[in-house]
Write a protein that binds this ligand. Structure first.
Ligand SMILES: *[C@@H]1O[C@H](CO)[C@@H](O)[C@H](O)[C@H]1NC(C)=O
Ligand SMILES: *[C@@H]1O[C@H](CO)[C@@H](O)[C@H](O)[C@H]1NC(C)=O
Length: 307
């Protein structure tokens, strides 16, 4: 029983390891340390008034930035956005895109305490930032997430399908309860104890019109590789559009992106599935003043009524 109670109490520290590696709440590397000179250190306020921090890494000129697409990069359960700058740089160089990345609330220099509901508000704030910025208001946004970040990415696309042109997920779990059930079977009640769910099985079924690329390290030592494979199969049967899968036989949880051909594979998918799609069509999904989503359905209804 002690184990269970302890786990309940500390579950947020297990799931959201923002203190690992040490000093992750104080030291956040800057893009310029990785040769990315053109960036904004962004402070955005969430709907519940926390200030979260992000980097908007832009192309060399305003004109190039406007023309380029955006990758929204979502990090895994430990560290902060600074630890993912090498990935941001590789995407920036390979895809010739802009990159927007953030530290979720409770991570890095972002305020607040991490929960599923809270991270969702952070994503909404980041989208509001991009859609209200003239440089990115009509850009294609492709979301890239590793592991927990992949779950956040799937949730975000399910929620705002018309805002995203593509989704890339790497080493994702079906849901937190199912991951704990598969990786800690001795804690049989973990399934019940975890209050945050990140239910990607449910959310993926709602994504029908956004191209998806699943990336997997076959030797993932943290999340059973079957999770990513099953999610791919689910997505393939529910989606009406392009769903691709690519696995790297020697990839482990934390080094799949270091495998040979990783970014080339993303680039190929990008060139064939993303740059051929339409630029974003302004849906007025975000109310410019409040940056809160306008109910898509009701705005369509009111339009047809006034016509
Ligand atoms: C990945 O994790 C292992 C321990 O599981 C560690 O030894 C290694 O340095 C890590 N690699 C990277 C690239 O972070
Ligand atoms: C999407 O990209 C993949 C490469 O990742 C390619 O094989 C596939 O044909 C593309 N799909 C379409 C419909 O263009």
């Amino acid at each position: 029983m002690f184990v269970l109670v302890t786990m309940w109490f500390f579950q947020n520290d297990i799931i959201y390891a923002s203190a690992v590696p040490p000093n992750s709440r104080e030291n956040v590397a800057l893009p310029s340390q990785y040769g990315l000179e053109s960036f904004e250190d962004v402070h955005i306020k969430t709907a519940d008034k926390f200030v979260i921090r992000g980097y908007f890494i832009k192309r060399g000129s305003e004109e190039e930035t406007k023309k380029a697409d955006v990758v929204l990069l979502l990090h895994d359960y430990s560290g902060n956005m600074g630890h993912r700058l090498p990935i941001a740089k590789a995407l920036y160089d390979t895809l010739k895109c802009n990159v927007f990345m953030l530290s979720y609330r409770g991570y890095g220099l972002s305020q607040g305490y991490t929960t599923e509901a809270g991270i969702k508000k952070d994503i909404l704030a980041a989208l509001g930032f991009l859609r209200s910025n003239p440089l990115t208001a009509s850009s294609r946004i492709v979301i890239y997430g590793q592991s927990l970040g992949g779950a956040v990415a799937i949730d975000s696309v399910a929620e705002f399908q018309s805002e995203f042109s593509g989704l890339i997920v790497e080493n994702v779990f079906k849901s937190l309860p199912e991951m704990f059930a598969d990786t800690m079977p001795y804690v049989r009640w973990a399934k019940i104890l975890v209050s945050d769910k990140w239910d990607s099985v449910k959310k993926l079924k709602q994504i029908t019109k956004v191209p998806i690329l699943f990336l997997l390290g076959e030797k993932d030592d943290y999340i059973p590789p079957e999770h990513t494979k099953e999610l791919f199969e689910i997505s393939r049967s529910y989606s009406n559009t392009k769903v691709e899968f690519c696995s790297f036989k020697d990839g482990r949880h934390n080094n799949t992106c270091l495998q040979e051909g990783y970014f080339e594979r993303i680039n190929k998918w990008w060139n064939e599935n993303i740059t051929t799609s339409d630029r974003y069509i302004q849906t007025n999904y975000f109310n410019k003043m409040t940056l809160k989503p306008v109910d898509e359905k009701s705005s369509i209804d009111s339009k047809s009524k006034s016509e």
